[in-house]
Design a protein around this ligand. Structure first.
Ligand SMILES: NC(=O)c1ccc[n+]([C@@H]2O[C@H](COP(=O)([O-])OP(=O)(O)OC[C@H]3O[C@@H](n4cnc5c(N)ncnc54)[C@H](O)[C@@H]3O)[C@@H](O)[C@H]2O)c1
Length: 346
């Protein structure tokens, strides 16, 4: 368990709080007693946030982080101590179709958030959600480490690479000698209950089952590091508390142990098994996207700092399946909270 004493009544601002990761992080922070304020665009219908928000005790603002005055106003009113900057335009296909939104949100939006919080004396710890897709991927079967060369190519990966560089530049140029720390976190693919984005693997499989169709697996041979949403949230808390105390700028990968580095086809087959159905990995739609066949992430650095993932890929898929099965929104909230309690059970 992360230090309850540290998080109790701590004022935490989350950008992108109604996205998939932001919602789970809000629930975890609520569980450990923090005071959460969130800023995002309108919650998407059918999203996890949409379904559990009646039970969430946060201050919630709808605003666009590309409008600096709006984010500045919320920061000044709330006086956060810890910031998780998660807001992003976040899907490879959507970014290819809307590059202007991708680049403006992930670069200018990030600058606006950093420049707003930097003007607020209460802020002591800033976490920036980058991505494992920022590394220059030449198809080698390796595990990327934090010092490897950056170079995302498609608009999502390139704009996240820019975000990562902007955050480091902002810290080194304007925050370095102050009373604030920053950690740029590079997470791998995250799996968890309630994800409704049909262009992610597991939600797309669920949608096919709901429609009585055979799932189309886009790139079954592609290898990715798949990590659990509760491990991700726990790592964020660990890194934020550490950053609060250390006041430097660090860059840290977060991903699974090696059992979570596996192919899209293997994950699909496990999901099919939970449903009692066989998923034929026939290549589905032809892969027209510039997606890499191999992406692996080294987590030696964060393990050296004292944090390791707890969930196996099978635990994760079981949790995802439990959330999928529940029909009632109230019940979904209860299942999420029971998964959080189980995760933190000593
Ligand atoms: N989910 C993953 O597998 C994964 C993996 C690696 C990195 N990440 C990163 O983690 C972060 C969160 O991912 P997620 O899966 O929750 O994404 P998501 O798409 O579910 O949520 C995105 C959030 O950002 C907000 N947002 C988007 N544009 C905005 C704008 N202009 N102004 C204000 N808010 C805006 C949305 O309202 C939403 O709350 C992102 O930065 C993403 O790049 C996610």
């Amino acid at each position: 368990m992360q230090s309850v004493d540290f998080w109790k009544n701590r004022r935490v601002l989350i950008t992108g709080h109604n996205g998939f990761v932001g919602t789970w992080l809000t629930l975890v922070l609520q569980y450990i007693g923090a005071e959460v304020c969130g800023v995002s665009l309108d919650a998407e219908q059918g999203s996890l946030y949409d379904r559990v928000q009646a039970n969430i005790r946060d201050k919630s603002y709808v605003l666009d982080i590309r409008e600096k005055a709006e984010i500045q106003k919320v920061v000044n009113e709330f006086n956060p101590e810890v910031i998780f900057h998660l807001a992003a335009f976040g899907f490879i296909q959507e970014c290819i179709a809307n590059p202007e939104t991708a680049f403006s949100t992930n670069t200018v939006g990030t600058y606006n958030v950093l420049d707003s919080v930097a003007r607020c004396d209460s802020v002591k710890s800033i976490i920036v959600a980058s991505s494992d897709k920022v590394y220059k991927n030449e198809g080698r079967q390796c595990l990327f480490s934090e010092n490897d060369q950056l170079g995302g190519v498609d608009p999502y990966s390139a704009s996240k690479t820019c975000e990562d560089i902007i955050a480091k530049s902002y810290y080194e140029s304007y925050l370095k000698n102050g009373d604030v720390g920053m950690c740029i976190v590079r997470p791998s693919n995250i799996l968890g209950g309630g994800d409704h984005h049909g262009n992610r693997l597991i939600p797309s499989i669920f949608q096919s089952f709901d429609n009585g169709e055979e799932p189309q697996i886009r790139n079954p041979q592609a290898v990715r590091p798949w990590q659990d949403i509760l491990d991700m949230c726990d790592a964020y808390l660990f890194l934020a508390e550490r950053t609060y105390n250390d006041k430097n700028c660090d860059i840290v990968n977060v991903g699974p142990e090696l059992d979570g580095v596996c192919t899209v086809g293997e994950i699909s087959a496990k999901v099919g098994w939970l449903f009692g159905q066989t998923i034929v990995n026939n290549g589905g739609n032809k892969n027209t996207l510039a997606e890499h066949m191999w992406l692996g992430l080294s987590i030696e650095k964060i393990k050296g700092l004292g944090w390791s993932p707890k969930m196996t890929i099978d635990d994760t898929l079981e949790n995802v399946f439990q959330c999928y099965k529940c029909e009632q929104n109230g019940e979904l909230f209860d299942i999420c909270m029971s998964q959080i309690k189980e995760y933190y059970r000593e």
